[in-house]
Design a protein around this ligand. Structure first.
Ligand SMILES: Cc1cc2nc3c(=O)[nH]c(=O)nc-3n(C[C@H](O)[C@H](O)[C@H](O)COP(=O)(O)OP(=O)(O)OC[C@H]3O[C@@H](n4cnc5c(N)ncnc54)[C@H](O)[C@@H]3O)c2cc1C
Length: 470
């Protein structure tokens, strides 16, 4: 628990209504979207500005009180589960778009702004903020930056990191640092902006971000290619890229996922197909049309039994929305949904999908796979029940094998969801001991008291003491 004297100081910074430590409030912030993880914080605090964040951090650093920054809690790696107690910090007051600069093509925002609000605000001005995680309606930009989130448009436009050009950060000692800015170029010393992106709240608190914008594409075409076998779909992905076409979106859904999504959205998806590619191209109308024609020809050559281009905008939106609903649809099947994001080089997508199928069979589990095929970023997803500990054992063993396979194929344990608690035990598979030592040295240098989101990224020998919610 937080000592009364410290509590008094924290309340004097944020005012009483922004400091909560009732059991109900603490319980509400004891878990996030990640399954099977829960731990109670000691308090929940909602600062109103950067100065207050800095003052809070100074007190926490002096008394070694953990701080867990939290956006909307939609992360899937236990990233905001307060495993070592302490304070959960919310940004519900720091949720303003500060400036949309049409001359420099930038937008400057506070961390609590919702991703979709940024996308909508800039599109109204003919501009484009491409990173579009499936959770964009509810996720915050602070969370996106700290997970370096990707989305359906990642193949052509990149991920959050590619758009963050300036940050204001409260460091673990309370210092306020500004990195980058509205600059197309900046090589003044180490790239601190990049270091902070994807740092999962472990190196500091982001209190402001300047994001790069690009002109909004003039037009967009959407199509669906259906296959009787996974190999043919995977081959199409490689062929499209090898033909020097980079689609805006190149998504994959396997048959079990397709069935579950159709049961949910009921838009007449082809549930008899073994695999489906959802492909979009944007740009000037003539270029989008040319690329879609070339892609259609490639899909047909590689064995697609049907290729259809959406005839209307409504039809196109229905298809992409169906893909965005995949996780929610799968989550309806069983009480617990374990979704991972093993990522491999594009050329290995078919091998990885096949391996996931074999591993699912070996452990007698249903594992549905969908994901950003163009990025090699797959989401093997297992609907299960955390109360069935025997099945959970099998699930954990299966996913350990999936991660090993991904790394063996030249891939990684996470392409966009981050390490958090969930993937900490597998980090060494990807980085080796030396890589982990470098990361720990950075953490130790910036946060010697280990107050920023402790218990994340680096595995402990003893398992974190999780209080499972019954
Ligand atoms: C249905 C669904 C679909 C999803 N689809 C995608 C997808 O397509 N692509 C993808 O990449 N992810 C996806 N995710 C995962 C998740 O939405 C993203 O990781 C998202 O960026 C998290 O945003 P958030 O605001 O919820 O952050 P949170 O979950 O609250 O926090 C995420 C991390 O950021 C840290 N953090 C938050 N704010 C700050 C701050 N101001 N300063 C420092 N650290 C901070 C937290 O400590 C934590 O480590 C999906 C999740 C769901 C539930």
């Amino acid at each position: 628990m937080i000592h009364q004297e410290i509590k008094r100081k924290l309340i004097s910074i944020v005012s009483p209504e922004n400091f909560q430590d009732s059991p109900v409030e603490r319980l509400s912030y004891s878990f996030d979207s990640s399954p099977d993880m829960q731990a109670m914080p000691d308090a929940v605090i909602s600062p109103r500005n950067t100065k207050e964040v800095s003052e809070i951090v100074k007190i926490c650093n002096e008394h070694k009180i953990p701080i867990v920054p939290r956006g909307s809690g939609t992360n899937l790696c236990g990233g905001t589960c307060p495993v070592e107690g302490g304070i959960v910090m919310l940004f519900k007051h720091m949720n303003k778009i500060l400036e949309l600069d049409e001359e420099n093509l930038t937008i400057t925002v506070q961390p609590g702004v919702l991703t979709l609000d940024i996308i909508t605000a800039v599109e109204d001005k003919g501009l484009f903020y491409p990173p579009d995680p499936g959770s964009m309606k509810i996720s915050t930009i602070g969370g996106n930056i700290n997970e370096n989130s990707g989305g359906l448009r990642g193949l052509k436009y990149g991920v959050t990191r590619d758009y963050v050009i300036g940050l204001e950060v409260v460091m673990p000692n309370g210092d306020i640092v500004r990195t980058g800015g509205k600059l197309a170029k900046d090589v003044a010393g180490y790239d601190l902006t990049s270091l902070m992106v994807g740092s999962e709240g472990t190196l500091g608190i982001i209190t402001e971000a300047t994001l790069k914008l690009v002109p909004k594409p003039e037009s967009k075409k959407t199509m669906l290619a259906l296959y009787h076998d996974l190999e043919a779909a995977a081959r199409s992905v490689s062929k499209i890229i090898a033909s020097k076409i980079i689609p805006a979106t190149l998504e994959f859904l396997d048959q079990p996922t397709l069935q579950v999504v159709e049961d949910y959205v009921k838009i007449g998806l082809p549930v008899d197909a073994k695999a489906v590619l959802l492909i979009e191209q944007d740009g000037p109308p003539a270029v989008a049309q040319r690329d879609i024609e070339k892609i259609t020809a490639i899909c047909q050559q590689e064995g697609a039994f049907s290729v259809e281009v959406a005839k209307t905008e409504e039809e196109a939106t229905a298809l992409t929305t169906a893909r965005r609903w995949a996780l929610s649809a799968l989550a309806r099947l069983k009480p617990t949904t374990i979704l991972e994001d093993a990522t491999v080089p594009r050329s290995e997508v078919a091998n990885m999908v096949r391996a996931i199928g074999e591993i699912a069979e070996k452990y007698n589990l249903l594992i549905c796979t969908f994901g950003h095929a163009g990025d090699g970023n797959l989401h093997p997803t297992c609907p299960t029940d955390a109360r069935n500990r025997e099945e959970m054992e099998r699930v954990h063993k299966a996913f350990a094998e999936i991660f090993e396979k991904a790394v063996e194929l030249g891939g990684t344990i996470t392409g966009e969801h981050g390490v958090g608690i969930a993937k900490a035990p597998y980090l060494e598979l990807k980085l080796g001991k030396a890589g982990i030592a470098v990361m720990k040295a950075i953490k130790q240098a910036l946060d010697p008291n280990n107050i920023m989101n402790p218990g994340k990224i680096f595995a402990k020998n003893d398992k974190p003491k999780l209080v499972i919610h019954k």
